[in-house]
Ligand binder design. Structure first.
Ligand code: ADP
Length: 459
C-alpha cells in the first residue's frame, strides 16, 4: 500500500480523498493556491504545499508545480479527484514517468475515452448502441450539413474534447446549423484548446442515466448499478439519485453488462462512468465515458455500501476489487443535491463571499460532504459547489423526505445557495412521481417565473 498520497485537487473532493487515506493509514499531502490558504483540506492533510496563484492554470492545473510538490513531500501516489487534471492523459503520463502512481486509469485509457468522437467509434465497435451521428470529427460546415440531412434534424454539435456540459450547440434546421457551427467550434477552441467537433442526433427529451464501473489489474471488471442524473441546468447536473426510478432490475443487469463489455474493450482500470441517454421510447445510447471518480459517486456508495475512493486507492496499489459482480447488492435509495453558491432567483448567478454562519444537517441517512465552515470565504475562482447533501432511505419516498428535512435544517449565511431551488424541485409533483428528463429544470423554473440563466462560465 502507498505510504503517502498527494491530492491534486481542492474543496470537498480533496477532503473526501484525505478521509479515505486516513482510513487506510496513508499520509496525505494537500496542494493549494493562495486563494485556498484557509481551506479545510489544507488543515486536515498531514502536510501541505502552496502551488501558486488562484487561477487554475497557475496552480491546480499546473502540472510541473504539482509534480514538484509530490517530489518535495516524497509522495508515492497522486489522486487527481474530479475536474482539473483528472482526465488529462498527459498528466497521468508525467506522474508515471516521474515515479508516482496516478490513482485512476492509464493515460491510454483516458485518451481512448477523452476524444469523444473516437470513444463513440470504439464503443460502437464493442456492440454498444451509440447516438446516431458522425463517424468521427467533422471537417467543415458543409460536411456537417450533409450529415445532418442524413441523420435528420434536430442535431447537436459537440466538442470532441468537451466536458462539464460546455461546447454544445443544438440546431433544429440547416440554417441554424450553418449559423451555429462556427460558434460551436470557437467555443470548443476557447474552452478546451481543441476546436474539433462532432455531430449527434439531438434527442428531444432524454433521461441521463449513467453506470458506475470499476476494474482492477487482476482482470475483474464490475458495474455498480446506475445513477439517474436528468435534473440538469445548462447540461450540468444538480440532483442525482440511485437507483433510477425508471430502470427495472432486468434492465440494470442487461445494460450494466453492456457497459462492462464496453469498458472491457479497452481493458478498463479503476473507477469510470459510462453515460447513456434514454429516449422516451425506451431506447438508450452510449454518450460518453468519464475516466475518473464523479461528483455524484456518493449515491452509489450509499446503496452499495462500498467506499469508492478507498476502492480507487486499493486498486491503484494493485489490490483486487473488494467484490465480484455477483456480490454487488443494492439496498434502498439515495439522492444527492449539489449545493452551489449561486442565486437561483437570478439565473443561478454565482454568489461567492464570506460564509458567516454554517450548520450541517444530521440524522439517520444524512451525509454532507462539504469543505465549508463558518468563517470560510468561497473564492470566486473555482466551481461554485460548496457541498453535496446526500440522503438515504429504505425507499425513494423516505430518501426524498429525509432530504427535504435536511435541506430545511441546513443554515448557510452570508452567501446565496441553491438550497431553495432544491426544495422547489423536491416538492414538484412530477419530480415526486419520478417523471424526469433533461428539461425538467427549465420547465420548473418557467412555472415559477424564474430565469433559467446562462451557462456557467468555463473555468
Ligand atoms: P459533458 O461531458 O460536457 O458533460 P455530455 O456528452 O455528457 O457532455 O452531455 C451533457 C448533457 O448534454 C447530457 O446529460 C444531456 O443532457 C445533453 N446532451 C448531450 N448529447 C445530447 C444529445 N445527443 N441529445 C440530447 N441531449 C444531449
Amino acid at each position: 500500500m502507498f505510504r503517502k498520497v498527494l491530492i491534486a485537487n481542492r474543496g470537498e473532493i480533496a477532503l473526501r480523498v484525505i478521509r479515505a487515506c486516513r482510513e487506510l493509514k496513508i499520509s496525505t499531502v494537500a496542494v493549494f493556491s493562495t486563494a485556498d490558504r484557509d481551506s479545510l483540506h489544507v488543515r486536515l492533510a498531514d502536510e501541505s504545499v502552496c502551488i501558486g496563484q488562484p487561477a487554475p492554470v497557475q496552480s491546480y492545473n499546473y502540472i510541473a508545480r504539482i509534480i514538484s510538490a509530490a517530489e518535495v513531500a516524497g509522495a508515492d501516489a497522486i489522486h487527481p479527484g474530479y475536474g482539473f487534471l483528472s482526465e488529462n492523459a498527459h498528466f497521468a503520463e508525467v506522474c508515471a514517468s516521474c515515479g508516482f502512481t496516478f490513482i485512476g486509469p492509464t493515460a491510454d485509457m483516458i485518451r481512448a475515452m477523452g476524444d469523444k468522437a473516437t470513444a463513440r467509434r470504439t464503443m460502437g465497435g464493442a456492440g454498444l448502441p451509440v447516438v446516431p451521428g458522425s463517424e468521427g470529427v467533422i471537417a467543415d460546415v458543409d460536411e456537417a450539413a450533409s450529415l445532418a440531412r442524413g441523420i435528420g434534424f434536430p442535431v447537436i454539435v459537440k466538442a470532441a474534447a468537451g466536458g462539464g456540459g460546455r461546447g454544445m450547440r443544438v440546431a433544429w434546421d440547416e440554417k441554424q446549423l450553418r449559423a451555429g457551427f462556427g460558434i460551436a467550434r470557437a467555443e470548443a477552441g476557447a474552452a478546451f484548446s481543441n476546436d474539433a467537433v462532432y455531430l449527434e442526433k439531438y434527442i428531444a427529451s432524454p433521461r441521463h442515466i449513467e453506470f458506475q464501473l470499476f476494474g482492477d489489474s487482476h482482470g475483474n471488471l464490475v458495474h455498480l448499478g446506475e445513477r439517474e442524473c436528468s435534473v440538469q441546468r445548462s447540461h450540468q447536473k444538480l440532483i442525482e439519485e440511485a437507483p433510477s426510478p425508471l430502470l427495472s432490475a432486468e434492465q440494470r443487469g442487461r445494460i450494466g453488462a453492456l457497459a462492462v463489455r464496453g469498458a472491457a474493450a479497452i481493458g478498463y482500470l479503476n473507477a469510470g462512468t459510462m453515460e447513456f441517454l434514454f429516449d422516451q421510447d425506451g431506447s438508450f445510447y452510449f454518450m460518453e465515458m468519464n475516466t475518473r471518480i464523479q461528483v455524484e459517486h456518493p449515491v452509489t456508495e450509499e446503496v452499495t455500501g462500498l467506499d469508492l475512493v478507498k476502492e480507487q486507492i486499493q486498486v491503484a496499489a494493485g489490490e483486487r476489487l473488494s467484490l465480484s459482480q455477483d456480490e454487488v447488492e443494492w439496498r434502498g435509495h439515495a439522492i444527492e443535491c449539489r449545493i452551489n453558491a449561486e442565486d437561483h432567483e437570478h439565473g443561478f448567478r454565482p454568489s461567492p463571499g464570506a460564509v458567516t454562519y454554517f450548520y450541517k444537517p444530521g440524522g439517520p441517512g444524512i451525509r454532507m460532504d462539504s469543505h465549508v465552515y463558518a468563517g470560510y470565504t468561497v473564492p470566486p475562482h473555482y466551481d461554485s459547489m460548496i457541498g453535496k447533501l446526500i440522503a438515504r432511505g429504505t425507499d425513494r419516498p423516505e430518501a426524498l423526505r429525509r432530504m427535504e428535512i435536511a435541506l430545511e435544517e441546513t443554515i448557510v449565511e452570508g452567501i446565496r445557495t441553491t438550497i431553495p431551488f432544491h426544495l422547489l424541485a423536491l416538492r414538484d409533483p412530477a419530480f415526486r412521481r419520478g417523471e424526469l428528463d433533461t428539461h425538467f429544470v427549465e420547465r420548473l423554473l418557467k412555472t415559477e417565473g424564474r430565469p433559467v440563466g446562462a451557462a456557467a462560465p468555463a473555468s
